[in-house]
Design a protein around this ligand. Structure first.
Ligand SMILES: [Zn+2]
Length: 298
């Protein structure tokens, strides 16, 4: 049973983990709900810091990962295409076409991978910069704005997709409730690349886990996302760990991963506080497929 207060804003929490500041990136304090096990960042960064983070175009062109490596979403677009093609194949096991809403659509890569003869795609993206980049460079049609603020007909979509999105959302509960309302009965919700706090890496590397970031407000697991989806009126039909088909699943990465597991284990044994970063690994992310059940959302 989940107490009524626990709508992803859990009131009774216990300490979970303190992630220290790293190479100029702010740290974060994570707590865990005593009732439902959800892990949340508390306190969150200030309004000013959140706005500054998302309005900075360098987020898309020149960012840094946990180890300080330079990354560029824009330059990595082409490399991401196979991942989107693969996601489309997995969506099409359950739905072969219809109206699809892509929440946090970025430049519109999902739209590029969907067959326009079968799918009518609506994309929404809070960053005007990357939505306009998609229109200009990829000929996609992503609306700049917030899903939470969009006026959408109830029961008007066959599929809602949220990829790399839910952990960043300021009001994840409201977002899921809205997704439930706009889906037709039996419609499909796809939560892709959701950070999995129950992963081997998150547990073993703790503060060195590469996916901890101050702009991730909520950390789900297969269990906690399932619990909350059920309360909102969804039935989870499939949970997958998509690592094997990503570019990160290669011999070099796996060797690095094995080396760091050994180093972390030795450090623990010797009482050495050196921080060891995890690499991409199986189970770090989960994809959740859920169906809007016929009952009313609670
Ligand atoms: Zn809770």
């Amino acid at each position: 049973m989940i107490p009524s207060h626990c709508r992803l804003e859990c009131a009774t929490t216990k300490p979970y983990l303190v992630v220290p500041e790293n190479q100029g990136m702010a740290g974060s304090v994570l707590v865990q709900c005593a009732a439902c096990s959800l892990v949340i960042e508390s306190p969150r960064p200030s309004r000013e810091k959140i706005d500054a983070f998302y309005s900075n175009e360098a987020l898309w062109t020149n960012s840094r990962d946990a180890e300080g490596n330079q990354r560029s979403y824009v330059n990595e677009l082409l490399a991401k295409r196979p991942q989107f093609d693969d996601l489309v194949q997995r969506i099409e096991r359950f739905r072969r076409g219809g109206r699809l809403l892509d929440v946090a659509a970025g430049a519109g890569l999902l739209e590029k991978s969907l067959d326009p003869a079968r799918w009518q795609v609506v994309g929404v993206e809070s960053s005007r910069y990357i939505a306009e980049f998609g229109a200009r460079e990829l000929n996609t049609r992503v609306t700049a704005g917030y899903f939470e603020d969009m006026a959408l007909e109830p029961a008007s979509f066959d599929v809602v997709v949220m990829k790399y999105a839910l952990d960043h959302m300021e009001r994840p509960w409201d977002v899921l409730v809205k997704a439930r309302e706009i889906l037709k009965p039996g419609g499909l919700l796809v939560i892709a690349d959701l950070i999995n706090i129950d992963s081997f890496s998150a547990r073993f590397f703790a503060e060195g886990h590469r996916l901890f970031h101050p702009m991730h407000f909520t950390y789900f697991s297969a269990k906690t996302i399932g619990t909350h989806l059920q309360r909102i009126g969804f039935e989870v039909i499939q949970v997958e760990r998509p690592f094997m088909k990503t570019p990160y699943c290669n011999a070099k990465n796996l060797r690095t991963f094995a080396g760091r597991v050994v180093r972390r284990a030795l450090n623990k044994f010797r009482g050495n506080n050196e921080k060891v970063f995890s690499t991409a690994f199986y189970g770090n992310m989960i994809d959740v497929f859920a169906v809007a059940s016929s009952g009313n959302p609670s």
